[in-house]
Design a protein around this ligand. Structure first.
Ligand SMILES: *Cc1c(COP(=O)(O)O)cnc(C)c1O
Ligand SMILES: [Zn+2]
Length: 404
């Protein structure tokens, strides 16, 4: 075994693979990788394998030969000149996670999480989800031949995500509650032994999500960017990126760490509020609200890890309004041809706002992680665009209708 599971708060070893928190202090868990064995290698040695999650197998807690994979990761890193001009910044890249098999970065964590479930001999997996986790888990469970149960908050799940979970054959249950309620229920079901829990509270999930940072470094020829900006919901992703960078630094493979910058929606911003007050813990938001449903989370599971990530890297956290999110989403589509869902556009909106506030310097090299695909949430897109033009079926009418 190249790893062990420990408590993030008290560092105690937690050998029972079915616990989702520390039995002593209720802290969240993390995977401690044993990096000794790979100290003598270098990331360049991985490069003979295709870009993707399993290129980085030596830094993952499951063996590559046992992986349940849909060839996730290996997503494009776009250099965005027009966006850079618009935000008046020297260089900005977009890491487009919508290009993953089910259209979000969740696939990176799920390939590792479901591989772990199979390794443990579990027959049923489950999660609570604002949409993308369920879409991803349903697909990987199908691939592995496992039963799958997903709990969704009622009414607030984007239609593309819902369609995916149903399509891949999961049992889809809508609860009369929000995401935080759904997570409590699914944790209870897992504790009773009805399913293996695959929310990001499961420490194997973030391990797969580390690879987005490894890929960014490979794609930039190991020139470390000044800043990485990403949307924050449950905060699993920002914590995973931090863990990735910490491991590379520990291995001596990078000599600086980008400033990790978390963006939340104004109606759902417990981490931003804690950061503003200089606190290491956050107060849950009772009624989180935002058009960016993937980050509509009041009680972020990895909130404490995220705050540590931000403080340790000299990063920052701000919130953006729904209007700013939708404007950034449209702008990215129309200036760069990149289609992302609203939550993903929070990172772009955040960059623009931080530049306006002067909190990001003009000469920084910034990577924005755009977490999910535009087609996840077509209803929001259609509502936020100009209406369709109606016309009779002849050329003259079309020309008249479009104004010449
Ligand atoms: C899950 C998700 C997020 C939030 O990620 P966390 O790890 O919960 O902070 C952001 N955007 C999209 C598209 C997501 O699916
Ligand atoms: Zn503990």
């Amino acid at each position: 075994m190249n790893h062990e599971v420990r408590c993030f708060e008290c560092e105690r070893l937690v050998p029972d693979p079915y616990l989702d928190e520390c039995p002593t202090c209720h802290g969240k868990l993390y995977v401690k990788m044993d990096l000794e064995g790979i100290k003598e290698t270098s990331p360049q040695e991985f490069a003979s394998r295709p870009l993707g999650v399993w290129r980085y197998a030596p830094l993952l807690p499951v063996e590559r030969s046992k992986a349940v994979t849909l060839q996730e990761g290996g997503t494009p890193l776009y250099k965005c000149k027009t966006l850079a001009e618009k935000a008046s910044i020297k260089e900005v890249f977009v890491k487009f996670e919508g290009a993953n098999p089910t259209g979000s970065f969740k696939d990176r964590g799920m390939t590792v999480g479901v591989s772990r479930a199979v390794e443990l001999g579990c027959k049923k997996v489950g999660c609570a989800s604002t949409g993308n986790t369920s879409a991803s888990l349903a697909a990987y469970a199908a691939k592995a031949g496992l039963g799958c149960i997903v709990l969704l908050p009622s009414g607030k799940v984007a239609v593309g995500k819902l369609a995916q979970a149903m399509f891949f054959g999961a049992k889809v249950v809508m609860l009369d509650g929000n995401f935080d309620d759904a997570l409590n229920v699914v944790r209870e079901l897992a504790r009773q032994g009805h399913l293996y829990l695959l929310n990001s509270i499961n420490p194997y999930r973030p391990e797969g999500q580390k690879t987005v940072a490894f890929e960014i470094l490979d794609q930039l020829n190991h020139e470390v960017p000044d800043r990485i900006i990403l949307p924050v919901g449950n905060a699993g992703n920002i914590s995973a990126v931090h863990k990735a960078l910490t491991e590379y630094a520990e291995l001596g493979w990078i000599n600086k760490v980008p400033k990790l910058t978390g963006i939340q929606a104004s109606g759902s911003a417990p981490i931003v509020k804690a950061f503003r007050n200089g606190e290491r813990d956050y107060r849950p938001e009772e009624h989180p609200e935002t058009v960016a449903t993937a980050i509509r989370i009041g009680n972020p599971v990895s909130g404490r890890k995220a705050l540590k990530a931000i403080y340790d890297t000299d990063g920052t956290a701000i919130d953006v309004s729904d209007e700013e999110i939708l404007a950034a989403q449209r702008m990215l589509g129309r200036m760069e041809g990149i289609g992302v869902e609203p939550a993903s556009a929070a990172s772009i909106a955040g960059l623009i706002k931080l530049r306006q506030m002067g909190e990001v310097d003009w000469d920084e090299r910034v990577v924005c992680i755009c977490t999910g695909h535009v087609l996840k949430d077509p209803e929001t897109v259609i509502k936020s665009c100009e209406p369709i033009i109606q016309s009779k079926a002849d050329a003259a009418s079309v020309l008249k209708a479009i104004g010449g």
